[in-house]
Design a protein around this ligand. Structure first.
Ligand code: DAK
Length: 260
């Protein structure tokens, strides 16, 4: 269909699941500024849509994303980089409140690896490869790679990847704790979508607060984070879904969550 191939992302609502597909196959889904703008906008739209409960970001079977678009940065001065304000788009993605599942197959490099780490669950195909190769082009990770990767897999493995630009296989990524579930290549998208549809049956407010609370583990000291968790825990007793969930358990039936 004319036009579709030139759209940097494609979006689709599948009942309660919002799906965003990265779509720059010629440049291995390099995350251009335009793509990042559209991605942030699409995620915000799904976040605001009451019908949508879970979001999936997918690439193709061959590639998730090979990083930020090097063409956008190659000749840039610090002032130009400041003007481009690439951080703003990433900050918008960080603020999405609904759970985001990354369906990763093929390369997840540089900004691509960082985008996966902005998601909440990473489903990886056995062919996925993760890396932070920025060192090889004279920079360091700029969208949280040195921090989120270190928190996910530990200092020494992160140093090996960031200092050497070493790619790790999906299996290694799974063993290191960077990947939630490892699935066969042929099924990676179906696995991510199935999981998203399952999660979409769960109480949406609790899903959002659970995400918010887990993310505090990286931000706060343990005692503050536990206090934070406690407040969110209490808050859920003000939802109809908590009453429904517990009533359904006691009545031995399936709960019907309304997001209220
Ligand atoms: N940018 C632009 N074009 C890219 C690209 C990229 N990151 N990666 C691949 N391409 C293009 C190639 O130039 C090539 O284009 P043509 O030559 O066909 O025109 C096409 O995609 C196919 O790539 P290859 O021919 O290289 O394919 P191979 O299978 O041989 O190699 C590869 C695959 C993934 C190993 C290789 O393409 C590669 O090394 N790509 C670059 C990987 C990389 O260095 N990634 C890190 C980029 S830096 C920030 C936020 C984020 C970032 C920075 C700041 N702020 C919030 C401030 C992130 C920075 C990065 O990600």
């Amino acid at each position: 269909m004319p036009g579709i191939m030139s759209e940097p992302i494609l979006t689709e609502a599948q009942r309660r699941v919002g799906v965003v597909t990265l779509n720059r196959p010629d440049v291995l889904n390099a995350l251009s500024l335009q793509l990042m703008d559209k991605l942030a906008g699409a995620l915000e739209a799904f976040d605001a849509d009451p019908e949508i409960r879970v979001i999936v970001i997918a690439g193709s079977e061959k590639v998730w994303a090979a990083g930020a678009d090097i063409k956008d940065m190659a000749d840039a001065s610090p002032t130009r980089m400041h003007e481009l304000n690439m951080f703003a788009r990433w900050e918008r993605i960080k603020r999405i409140r609904k759970p985001i599942i990354a369906a990763v197959s093929g390369f997840a490099l540089g900004g691509g690896c960082e985008l996966a780490m902005h998601c909440d669950i990473i489903i990886a195909s056995e062919s996925a490869k993760f890396g932070q190769p920025e060192i090889n082009i004279g920079i360091i990770p700029g969208a949280g790679g040195t921090q989120r990767l270190t928190r996910a897999i530990g200092k020494f493995r992160a140093m090996d990847m960031v200092l050497n630009g070493r790619f790790i296989s999906a299996r290694e990524a799974y063993e290191f704790g960077l990947v939630s579930r490892l699935v066969p290549k042929e099924h990676f998208l179906a696995a991510a979508l199935n999981l998203a549809h399952e999660m979409a049956q769960k109480p949406p407010i609790a899903l959002r607060l659970a995400k918010e609370s887990v993310l505090k583990a990286d931000e706060l000291a343990l005692s503050e984070a536990l206090e934070y968790e406690r407040k969110l825990f209490y808050l859920l007793f003000d939802t109809e879904d908590q009453k429904e969930g517990m009533a359904a358990f006691l009545e031995k039936r399936r709960p019907e969550f309304k997001g209220k």
